[in-house]
Write a protein that binds this ligand. Structure first.
Ligand SMILES: Nc1ncnc2c1ncn2[C@@H]1O[C@H](COP(=O)(O)OP(=O)(O)OP(=O)(O)O)[C@@H](O)[C@H]1O
Ligand SMILES: [Mg+2]
Length: 440
């Protein structure tokens, strides 16, 4: 017995292969041997598991009232008064339910169950749809995941199946399923899932569109979905079963309280709305071609009804699960100017900061800003165009100016924006530095 080799009961390494073996007495008698390495690993795993649990008890942000939510949105999103109000109310009502005790009491007293209010957000490209919800998620400090509907496929086909969105959300929640349960999933380009030929088309299922709409139904309504744990940290947590096989630990993610926002520009819905409105007005007395109302984009997005969305090719079951419907509207050229200058991290502020880094004061005159606004307005990408317009304008200066220490300021006027003049550059006197001083 004297020269029996002692081994770690966990990894089976012999005592001469490890630094030390710790003997822990067992209650039923005898002892268990654990090496320093296994001991360390166990402690680390415990620590990680504890952290995992603790995160669930992180204090929630107190819920702001719709007016306060709107005021917060005003700092980040220009115009879109109607959409900001609608979203503020929907978000308030949704997160109200997070106070489970209070919500349950009220639901019992009133004899109703308050269902979540998933949101359908329509609006032309570059009008602030995504920005609106980025702001909401930042305010509420809830995990936020933006999915691209065009990449989604039905389970079993090449591409991301709809459940991959939950992995994304879990990742945004640092792997914490408790937090993820109250997160926001923003499905962008939602309109691209429309059935190819609208409501009329039937008899075939198209994988890319209607199939995905079908598979979204359960998820949006609320279901338990298994997702691998540890997505946020790169690795997956593995559990060793009684039979010795390793399995990834799964977190069950309940989507009942995940807020789904389905957003899209619904390009082409103009015709549907036009047809409907002009059809109904033709029924009136004296209606003829000349009384046909010409709808602009603002009219169209303000007038969209459930019928129009169904006609566009969204299936009724899915539309029914998106009870809150609101639209962002095209930005006017003065809105564009405000987008350029007002938000906390506005484009102009950012470029001024970039030039300030090289001691250059970058100035845009009011006329110049308006001209940029007009130019952006003439493009189909909404406020998205602003950045590239400003980039293009500054291109000649962004490259050379940093190497020219004499430049004190660069002023962009309307003529510069129109391409008729170069920007006005003022210079400071050159201070000659001797090589000795320069290398200091
Ligand atoms: N109303 C707005 N207020 C402030 N910034 C805006 C507004 N609209 C757009 N922007 C700016 O323009 C860019 C694009 O906006 P956003 O991503 O919200 O557009 P979108 O409506 O989601 O368009 P798309 O349909 O193309 O996805 C963002 O950088 C955002 O900061
Ligand atoms: Mg977007």
């Amino acid at each position: 017995m004297a020269n029996e080799i002692l081994r770690c009961n966990v990894c089976h390494r012999a005592s001469n292969e490890v630094r030390n073996l710790i003997a822990a007495p067992l209650k039923q008698g005898g002892e268990v041997l654990i090496c320093d390495r296994c001991n360390g690993e166990i402690a680390e795993a415990m620590e990680a598991e504890n952290r995992h649990r603790q995160k669930a008890t992180v204090k929630e942000e107190p819920l702001r009232k719709p007016r306060e939510i709107k005021a917060f949105l005003d700092q980040h999103v220009i115009a879109q008064e109607r959409a900001k109000q609608d979203v503020a109310v929907a978000v308030y009502n949704h997160f109200k339910r997070r106070d489970r005790a209070r919500a349950a009491k009220i639901e019992k007293a009133e004899g109703v169950e308050i269902q979540k209010s998933n949101i359908m957000l329509l609006g032309p490209s570059g009008t602030g749809k995504t920005e609106l919800f980025r702001a909401i998620a930042r305010m509420l400090k809830v995990p936020f995941y933006v999915a691209d509907a065009t990449r989604l496929t039905q389970a079993g086909y090449v591409g991301d199946d709809v459940e991959s969105m939950l992995q994304g959300l879990l990742q945004a929640a640092n792997g914490d399923p408790e937090k993820a349960q109250w997160g926001i999933i923003f499905i962008d380009e939602f309109d691209k899932l429309a059935r190819k030929s609208g409501r009329g088309a039937s008899g075939y299922r198209d994988v890319s569109g209607e199939g995905v709409q079908q598979s979204l139904l359960k998820l949006i309504e609320g279901s338990m979905v298994p997702v691998p744990r540890g997505m946020g940290k790169g690795g997956t947590v593995i559990t060793i079963g009684a039979d010795g096989t390793a399995k990834p630990s799964l977190d069950m993610l309940d989507t009942t309280n995940v807020l789904f926002v389905c957003a899209g520009s619904f390009d082409g819905i103009q015709e549907t709305v036009d047809r409907r409105i002009n059809k109904s007005s033709r029924l009136g007395f004296g209606a003829n071609e000349s009384t046909k109302r010409k709808l602009d984009l603002t009219d169209v997005y303000s007038a969209i009804t459930e019928e129009d969305i169904l006609d566009f090719g969204i299936i009724p079951e899915l539309l029914g699960r998106l009870p809150v419907r609101t639209s962002t509207l095209p930005l006017t050229d003065t809105d564009m100017v405000r987008v350029l200058t007002e938000p906390k991290h506005s484009i102009i502020k950012q470029f001024r900061a970039l030039f300030a880094y090289d001691n250059i004061d970058l100035v845009f005159t009011d006329d110049a800003l308006l001209e940029i606004g007009r130019l952006a307005k003439s493009r189909p990408t909404g406020a998205r165009a602003l950045r590239s317009i400003v980039e293009d304008l500054l291109r000649p200066y962004s490259f050379d100016a940093p190497s020219d220490a004499t430049i004190a300021s660069i002023t962009v006027t309307a003529d510069v924006v129109k391409g008729e003049k170069a920007a006005e550059v003022t210079r400071r006197p050159l201070i000659v530095v001797t090589p000795a001083e320069a290398t200091g």
